[in-house]
Ligand binder design. Sequence first.
Ligand SMILES: Nc1ncnc2c1ncn2[C@@H]1O[C@H](COP(=O)(O)OP(=O)(O)OP(=O)(O)O)[C@@H](O)[C@H]1O
Ligand SMILES: [Mg+2]
Length: 459
Amino acid sequence: MTKEVLGAILKSIDEGIHVVNTDGQTIYYNEVAAKHDGLEVNEVLGKPLLTAFPSLTEGTSTLLRVIRSEKPIFNQTQMYVNMHGNKIETMNTTLPIFLEKKIIGAVEIAKDYSRMKLLAERLLDLQKGFKKEENRDPKRKNVKYTLDDLKTTNEEFLRMKIEAVKLAKSDSPILVYGESGTGKELFVQGIHDASLRAQGPFIAQNCAAIPETLLESILFGTAKGSYTGAVERKGLFELADGGTLFLDELHTMPIELQAKLLRVLEDGLVRKVGGSHSNVANVRVIAAMNEHPKQALLERKLRSDLFYRLNVFAFSLQPLRERKEDILYLTDFFIQLYNEQLFKKVQGIEREVELFFLRYAWPGNVRELKHTIEYMMNVCEGNILLSSHLPVMLKQYGSIENTRNKEEVSLSLRSSMRNHERQLIEEALYKTSGNIQQASKLLDIPRQTLQYKIQKLLN
Ligand SMILES: Nc1ncnc2c1ncn2[C@@H]1O[C@H](COP(=O)(O)OP(=O)(O)OP(=O)(O)O)[C@@H](O)[C@H]1O
Ligand SMILES: [Mg+2]
């Protein structure tokens, strides 16, 4: 029974599994492993390892090494060519198997990461390509935006822009925090543009977009032979030499890598993965996150030492709902922008839309406002944007708000609590596009409780 259950589990998982006994003979080999290797299971099962894989030796096979050393090997990358001549790269963990303290074999768990790696490397090559292009024309700007593109009438925001121009001239790392759509990208590009490095490269990398295992080599580069088949590659620090490296969504960077990043910020030296010497990095690092640093610290997604290093020059971009004066100001700005782009002559929005805009929470911040205006200008025929032009999603939200406002003012604590609860639930559902699991997380209640509350609200 145990054997059957184990067999079913091993068959259904997505990793290659390969077990050899102490004679180096394969005693278990699953379909995924066979697929990686481009072989049939029965071409390997029961055979000595070195017969099935002639390109391996006693010294290079991790399974045979573990049998000899009786010590596990974690997350080792291995490159080999399979029988069809395809280059395969796997990330292996190899463990000794003991029975009553005596080694009886070794098991290897392998993730194929050739495809992930290929993608990541293409990305790097693309960045390099961009850099070459930029080099051709020294007068060409390396960023799309300047700080002037960041429109605001909010006093605090205006003060922050002035501060940013001053700090742009220093080489200190900067941390920018703001909810999604608050203008972090604009702000960071603006700082690069206002810095003494404006003519240097601007390299942006979203830490969440690259598999954790590859981020380190993408950032720092790889030295030739750091693992089997590794070639010499530049990292983003090297590509950003003389310019700015923008690390977006820093809180998604693996915690150990954050320690390495901190070291680079402290001593200004970069060492390639597998490299034997360090080089000076002439790079200004700007990091951004859309999760509040305090929250990220609590959840241990952000190292506190790195945070304190970055927090010296930190900017927090306010959500749109907390700088209400910007809502109508930016509305006008975007109307002018789209008047030019769409050859229209829209003059403004009707009073009802104005009131709605001011009341609405704008979970997607300026990005959401911008797209709302773009949408309304596309559907409107006259010169004024009307509430009938509002996107359906917003309209639904608005009608709920309106009916609520028309309700008689009640002093009943029970009913106002219920209304407040309804409001929070609606907002959470709106923010997560109706995903109950995610909404329950935002509301900090169990999913079942939320489901029950929704049922009750619907009745
Ligand atoms: N103050 C502003 N003035 C003019 N346009 C703005 C402003 N803030 C944001 N935008 C516009 O809103 C959109 C989103 O901005 P941006 O990409 O900088 O957001 P972000 O903070 O990086 O969001 P995310 O966390 O989702 O990446 C962009 O099209 C940008 O042009
Ligand atoms: Mg962004």
